[in-house]
Ligand binder design. Structure first.
Ligand SMILES: [Zn+2]
Ligand SMILES: [Zn+2]
Length: 357
């Protein structure tokens, strides 16, 4: 049950640089990758553990939350789904070896076989204001969705061109590398694992067999969503191959900071300013809500700077249950930076009276 410290999981010090972190992650991920440890549930667990640790620590914002609050600080932050970690891992090795990692590679691509394959998950980001996050909104996203090239029906070959055996892997589709005392097999970068190369590639897709098509996708963003959360749109990812199911579209949500309101869990926090006499004598003020309504707030006599007044149910809607958090209003007492001569006179008078207690 107890989660291990992420830095400990990756065997690095707390102040580790991004480069060192990446290096350590590569080593750990290589060691525990399920392809190298078939039928070893412990290795699989460790692989997920290092992937999760790296996912958090490689993201500056999540790392800061983790450094300040530990695992607690990340509650409510969504992690990539477990099977997605393999993609994260492949992305990383793609730039390391110039090709995808062997395990699970070509998922979703109907490379040769006639088996139904699931389409890949796609990722997009949406940036919204705090008001949009609190009230909910609809956004239209431009997503580049891969699809089979029509010119070559996905083969990657120009009309009439023949495929020949790949020289780099001699048709095996995989090449081996030594790394950290291990020998690992990765997908051949020359032929992307097909085992064959095309001398005359299709010009429509430059031999890739697929093209990207911009699609406009409407997303309904639920009221109460927070920065760093992810919306999963089932079936809106890449189309499946041979009748397989489509992948998902994963939309990461970024919430802009607001000038007047700060979010604290499901509470909203704002400030109001009163003068020293108002705080001392008491007054009534108007507090603006995020959706531009006005609430009236009574400031009792003797209110101290920093006093917090709360309005129940004026905060952020709970995303998975009815109701909403509170609006907290922090009272600030203004100290004038400049005084007119009349104000100075009265203030000096007041200072004298206050001193005679
Ligand atoms: Zn090859
Ligand atoms: Zn093509």
């Amino acid at each position: 049950m107890d989660k291990r410290d992420y830095y400990e999981v990756l065997g690095v010090a707390r102040g580790v640089s991004a480069d060192e972190l990446k290096k350590s992650y590569r080593q750990c991920a290589l060691k525990f990758h399920p392809d190298r440890n078939p039928d070893d549930p412990d290795a699989e667990r460790r692989f997920k553990e290092v992937s999760e640790a790296y996912e958090v620590l490689s993201d500056a914002r999540k790392r800061e939350l983790y450094d300040h609050y530990g695992h607690e600080g990340l509650n409510g932050q969504s992690f990539r789904p477990a099977d997605d970690m393999f993609e994260q891992f492949q992305d990383m090795f793609a730039d390391f070896f110039g090709g995808g990692f062997g395990g699970g590679g070509q998922r979703g691509r109907s490379a040769g076989g006639s088996r139904a394959t699931r389409g890949r998950d796609l990722r997009a980001n949406v940036r919204i204001s705090l008001k949009e996050a609190v009230l909910g909104c609809k956004k239209e996203l431009n997503v580049a969705v891969p699809k089979a090239c029509e010119d070559c029906s996905g083969s990657g070959a120009a009309k009439g061109a023949q495929a020949s055996t790949c020289g780099a892997c001699r048709g095996r589709g995989q090449v081996t590398h030594g790394a950290g005392g291990f020998v690992i097999a990765t997908t051949c970068p020359e032929c992307a694992g097909r085992g064959s190369v095309i001398k005359n590639p299709c010009t429509g897709c430059r031999g890739r067999g697929e093209v990207r098509e911009d699609k406009k996708i409407k997303v309904a963003i639920p009221a109460g969503i927070d920065h760093g959360q992810m919306i999963r749109l089932g079936g809106l990812g890449e189309a499946g191959g041979q009748g397989g199911p489509a992948g998902n579209l994963l939309v990461g949500v970024e919430v802009e900071e607001d000038k007047r309101f700060m979010r604290d869990g499901f509470d909203l926090v704002t400030e109001i300013s009163v003068t020293f006499p108002e705080a001392a004598l008491g007054t009534s003020v108007e507090v603006e809500t995020l959706d531009d309504r006005k609430l009236s707030l009574k400031i009792p006599a003797g209110t101290q700077p920093g006093t917090i007044f709360t309005f129940a149910s004026e905060g952020v809607p709970y995303i998975d249950s009815p109701g909403r958090g509170r609006l907290a209003v922090v009272a600030k007492v203004d100290v004038p930076k400049k005084l007119s001569s009349k104000q100075r006179k009265v203030m000096e008078e007041l200072a004298k009276v206050l001193a005679d207690r």
